[in-house]
Ligand binder design. Structure first.
Ligand code: UD1
Length: 423
């Protein structure tokens, strides 16, 4: 396991380039197998979830090369159409391969991704989308079998704007004969990035960023390349880190529009934010104040992934901050651990109420999921003394060198491997 030792009390100062987006690169990697094609991606983050995707591609028979931020995938030699449980369980979002494998092979066999640390993770909307395109779906003994010798374009209405189901539907629809219209689609920037990549692969697709996406036709290219967009949740992490520790931080290489709901909340708490075309500056010199209710919603609403980060930012803010988590049912698991640092948090169902305290004190705590783990590290930056976060690999699923990035801004974070849990 990894231990993160954080010595709190240093303000963050300086400038940082934000990593490429995990949630953009994962569906795009899955989409590479839609047709045999050579693809090259730049700005790919080095993350456990990305490695898990590359392992799935290798297992399916693709040739995969990685050099620093560049990933090359040659999906022409792909032969497999099933993904075993060992590879599926490495990453919850591996279900994103369903549409692509089905499109390429006419059949797909995947194990169920299962429930996760955020609560149940149903995939009914993904399966409904495949059925709407003519797929036949069978679930048996924890496995999903899907077959469709020919996919046919159709209408896919998503009961809720699921990001993964929208992506699966977009990818599978590219291989379908005739037009597909996806309604109540997710509008996240990663959907727009996927559309951008699918266009380079030869898809005639429009509407990403709106609730209606239309896939007209597909004339596959042999070779293509794409740059992965910056990670808006990694950016939100650094904004909240500055709010926790205090300081003056510039984030480069990002689209400030993508983090607007987070920056708006931080401004309402007293942070000073300056927006430029590809960068953002945040200054937190005074004690922040709570007040605004943080309600997680599909994009452009406040992202559920940033909720634990914003919770860390609110712990010492004067007054009360209310959180309403609408996307996942078990997303306050960081709260119990934050309380060990002296935080005052009450949770009931989907609501959490944070009453700001004057000071937090470092303590040993446990990371139970990716963003919850990051939230503990951020809280440690603003705590007196030493916080040790025990982490069984969650944080590395989504952050590339978070310790180094924070230290470059003046934080004191040491990450090391250990067999002994200090708690
Ligand atoms: C993606 C992100 C994740 C983020 C989430 C919500 C990736 C790799 N992951 O996850 O970081 O937290 O969006 O912004 O991009 N649902 C169903 N049935 C389904 C699918 C989803 O009921 O078939 C529900 C989920 O349980 C959840 C909600 O829909 O309550 C949103 O989930 P979804 O948007 O699908 O999240 P992911 O795509 O898994």
């Amino acid at each position: 396991m990894s231990l993160w030792r954080i010595k709190g009390g240093s303000a963050l100062e300086g400038s940082l380039t934000v990593q490429g987006a995990k949630n953009a690169v994962l569906p795009i990697l899955a989409a590479t197998i839609l047709k045999g094609c050579e693809t090259e991606f730049t700005n790919c983050p080095v993350l456990r979830d990305v490695e898990a995707s590359l392992n799935i591609l290798r297992y399916l028979g693709c040739q995969v090369e990685r050099q620093e931020d560049v990933i090359r995938v040659d999906s022409r030699p792909m032969t497999g159409c099933s993904i075993p449980h060992e590879l599926m369980r490495e990453m919850r979002s591996s279900v994103i391969f369903l549409g692509a494998v089905l499109a390429r092979c006419g059949e797909a066999r995947l194990s169920m991704p299962g429930g996760c640390e955020l609560g149940p993770r149903p995939i009914d909307l993904h399966l409904n989308a495949m059925e709407a395109l003519g797929g036949r779906v069978r679930q048996e003994g924890g496995e999903i079998f899907c077959s469709a010798p020919v996919l046919r374009g159709g209408s896919i209405h998503l009961e809720m704007p699921s990001v993964g189901a929208t992506e699966n539907a977009m990818i599978a629809a590219c291989a379908a004969k005739g037009e597909t219209v996806i309604t109540n689609a997710a509008r996240e920037p990663e959907i727009t990035a996927l559309q951008g990549f699918l266009r380079t692969m030869g898809a005639d697709i429009e509407g990403a960023g709106t609730p209606v996406i239309k896939v007209h036709s597909f004339a596959p290219a042999d070779r293509t390349g794409y740059r992965i967009m910056p990670d808006r949740i990694a950016a939100a992490t650094m904004l909240c880190a500055c709010a926790c520790a205090g300081g003056d931080v510039e984030l480069r290489g990002i689209d400030p529009c993508h983090t607007e709901s987070v920056t708006e909340n931080l401004e309402a708490m007293g942070a000073k934010v300056e927006r430029y075309s590809r960068r953002l500056r945040i200054r937190c010199r005074e004690r922040l104040h709570g007040g605004r209710t943080v309600i997680t919603q599909p994009y452009p609403g406040f992202p559920t992934d940033a909720q634990p980060l914003m919770m860390a930012a609110s712990l010492k803010a004067s007054g009360t901050t209310v959180f309403v988590e609408n996307i996942f049912s078990e997303r306050y698991r960081q709260a119990e651990e934050l309380k060990r640092l002296g935080a005052d948090i009450r949770t009931e169902g989907r609501v959490a109420i944070v009453t700001g305290v004057e000071r937090l004190r470092g303590a040993p705590v446990l990371a139970e999921d990716l963003r919850g783990g990051a939230s503990l590290i951020l809280a440690g930056l603003g705590a007196e003394g030493e916080t040790i976060v025990t982490d069984r690999g969650h944080v590395e699923r989504g952050y590339e060198g978070l310790d180094k990035a924070l230290n470059a801004l003046g934080a004191q974070v040491a990450k090391y491997e250990s067999d002994t849990d200090p708690r």
